[in-house]
Design a protein around this ligand. Structure first.
Ligand code: MRU
Length: 351
């Protein structure tokens, strides 16, 4: 079935600048903001104007390019400008592996080309960032095709956070699987957790409604009730970092859903590109978990809803141990447990 998906790409290069959908202004208004410096890109990542592991990776890649775009000077100063930009961009959000993967890939490209001169580095970095943008769309579509087998006709799919078009360049990972299943003619409904405290569920609802995909909003703790009533057939989420053994860092609340899914015999599926997999880390407990501002918990839409003296914690992500995960869907295929055997195979067939 041919379906037209309505959302524009989350980020794009236009008129010599990076344009990002400002996700802090959704769902009220869909507006793009301009970034012309690595600092502006870093600020947008930190404040979650652009968010979702693949999207922040590609945004950071353009951020690295912006450090050299108008550079005039010697190779040594160029390297310094690049190092400075990489540090600023790395220092934004610690959990999503795609951010570090993208910056490292850009820095590697700069190292490879610097002997050919400053202009060559600029050219190569622009080409590399554009390539990452294009690849991300293709990768998401492949994840969709590989993962649609987990959605049966008529299925109810539960998800958390936003692992959709808005979390990537376009199409999405978890929601890419949903889109792919619909393109195959399957009927389905997505149950979207609101995802306190940042309410990324509003983003998921925004994109599902825009694309006329049947969707139901639930508060985070309704998930167990729905599962106990037989209302959920499969849970599909994205990932921010996957370790060698298949442990997964994803939005806070994901672990709760995985435990509940196991208790109810419901498949729990992770959708993520290879750029989310960190083969340098053995176990989930070694993943740095971002702790965000308390105000995100204390305030809703600018209004304080808890007393001032209250103590808060605000971890943005949690770790789902591999033994709760039924499959990890990537662009190169589906990995099943034991993941310490299946994940390395994805990399051994790479160029
Ligand atoms: O804090 P966020 O909104 O950046 O968190 C995003 C998620 O947890 C997503 O599930 C993950 O990045 C995968 S997005 C395809």
């Amino acid at each position: 079935m041919n379906r037209r998906w309505e959302l524009p790409p989350t980020l794009k290069w236009e008129n010599d600048r990076l344009l990002l959908i400002d996700q802090t202004r959704l769902p009220e208004e869909l507006v793009f903001i301009e970034c012309t410096t690595p600092e502006a890109v870093a600020e947008s990542i930190k404040n979650m104007k652009v968010r979702g592991a693949p999207a922040i990776g590609v945004a950071a890649a353009f951020g690295v390019y912006l450090a050299v775009k108008d550079f005039r000077g010697e190779k040594g100063a160029l390297s310094e400008a690049l190092d400075r930009a990489a540090t600023i961009l790395r220092d934004t959000r610690p959990t999503a592996h795609n951010l570090f993967w993208a910056i490292n890939r850009m820095m590697e490209k700069a190292r490879e080309t610097i002997k050919e001169g400053v202009e060559k580095v600029k050219e190569a970095l622009f080409a590399e960032a554009k390539k990452m943008w294009e690849e991300d769309v293709e990768v998401n579509k492949a994840i969709g095709r590989n993962g649609s087998q987990f959605i049966k006709d008529g299925a109810n799919v539960l998800t958390i956070c936003n692992a959709g078009s808005l979390a990537t360049v376009w199409y999405g990972t978890a929601l890419g699987i949903v889109r792919s299943a619909i393109e195959e003619g399957k009927r389905l409904r997505v149950y979207a957790c609101e995802t306190r405290p940042r309410l990324q569920g509003t983003l998921t609802l925004f994109e599902l409604l825009k694309d006329k995909i049947p969707a139901t909003l639930i508060t985070d703790f309704m998930a167990g009730y729905l599962m106990s009533k037989g209302k959920i057939d499969v849970v599909i989420t994205g990932a921010d970092r996957i370790t060698r053994n298949g442990d997964v860092a994803n939005k806070i609340g994901t672990y709760t859903l995985a435990v509940l899914a196991k208790a109810h015999g419901i498949p729990f599926i992770i959708a993520a590109p290879l750029s989310t997999i960190d083969m340098n880390i053995a176990r989930g407990e070694d993943i740095p978990i971002e702790e965000r501002d308390w105000e995100e918990v204390l305030f809703i839409k600018g209004k304080r809803i808890f007393p001032e003296e209250v103590e808060v914690i605000n971890p943005a992500f949690d770790i789902t141990p591999a033994n709760y995960i039924g499959a990890i869907v990537t662009e190169k295929g589906v990995c099943f447990p034991p993941f310490e055997e299946s994940l390395p195979l994805l990399f051994s067939h790479r160029r």
